[in-house]
Design a binder for this molecule. Sequence first.
Ligand code: XMP
Length: 477
Amino acid sequence: MRAIPLALTYDDVLIRPKKTTLLSRSQAITKTKLTKKISLNIPIVSANMDTITEAKMAITLARLGGIGIIHRFMTIEDNVEEIKKVKRAQNFIITDPYIVDPFRTIKEAKEFSAEKGVSGLLVANGDRKLKGILSRRDLSLARDDSQLVYEIMTSRNKLVVGNKTTTFDQARDLLRENRIEKLPLVDEDDVIVGLITSADIKNLTAYPLANIDEKGQLIVGGSVGVRGDYLERAQALAEAGADVLVIDIAHGHSEMMFNALKKIKELLPEMEVIAGNVATAEGARDLCEWGADALKVGVGPGTACITRLVAGAGVPQLTAVMEAAEVAKKFGVPIIADGGIQKSGDIVKALGAGADTVMIGGLFAGTDETPGLLMSRGEKKYKVYRGSASFAVAQRRQTVNQEKKNLNEVVPEGVESTIPYKGSLTELVGQLVGGLKSGMSYTNSHTISELQMNADFVQITNAGLRESGPHDLQEVK
Ligand code: XMP
């Protein structure tokens, strides 16, 4: 008979504590690699699932130091908008600010700013020479909506402006000293070349761990499959500003992945591409050889996954991560441990097993930042969480993505569930990062790469697992 190896997951092990030289948790540095070229300040990635990541999640998580990967179960146009929303959330300089013509009505200007989600507009004719600003305050003082923009705007002679060489610190001082919210930047002919807002300056200082690109914009990922419109989607997401693309299929160790990876790399040679999912050393080796810039590891560990029940295939997650990481390290390709993270200790174990980041779905479900309605049942509030291979998502793909699959033939490998409302993602991530830093201290790890080397696991029994949680407490009635 063939020998059957043992495979373990997070709850099967603990990490042996070591003598530590860390004086406090604050000395633990959580910076890590998402892909060969992209770094993150915390090792947390939100899952590209339709009940987890759209722009709101991606904005909050990038500000906290992680990254969101926007799901693909929407039209390409909507997908592009979600990426753009993240990119527009903050900037050093807005290079192409929204401009309104001085002869438009206040009604039109109000509609334009509502559509673009901005609170004020620069005023100029087609020559883009600055005529004024239409601020929130100007709008509130308008007599009626039929007035024209130039009648109520703050005109050019009253404006403080900067130019192409204005630095971040100079802009902050000008905004502060003059108690203004917007600093238009103009060239020697008074033509608008940019805009710096006090909101952007506040954001840049309020989120010291934010992952930003060279324009000061938050970084964000998009995702694609391996069939249908995937190349068109990849191109559109790249043009919208996506910093990274995930090619995400349930069984990533496949010829379809090979083809998709090759074609996307040909189409977008500069794009960082994450490929997955795999759960073995062979899968990891092939994806690295095929050119992936990071690997997503995990077949069936997810909260809403039933792949292992339906297909009988998968590898318990700790073993999968260890196997894949050992191979990927030789190629210099980072690993994302995807699925099954239920508590901060699981993040410490995943990174200790060799992962560089973790991808989280279920644990983030029910937070304010996830898409979907907040439902009430009696006193309690809920949000929906569902697997990407669930029947509900298959239905969504048929209507929104126009996929031609016969729903009677769908064999779901994911389920749908309601999750109690959890409030803000920020607090939850704060707890997770605090737990990670504590784990780094227990293993004498100042950095994530030290944690990857220092974590020595012990296998535990059911009694050990029981002992690890709160137990034998008597409830006072
Ligand atoms: P967690 O445990 O964080 O896992 O909820 C999120 C990851 O689960 C994967 N995923 C699925 N796996 N059937 C599966 O077998 C599904 O329907 C499904 N939907 C999501 C995915 O890798 C995600 O990041």
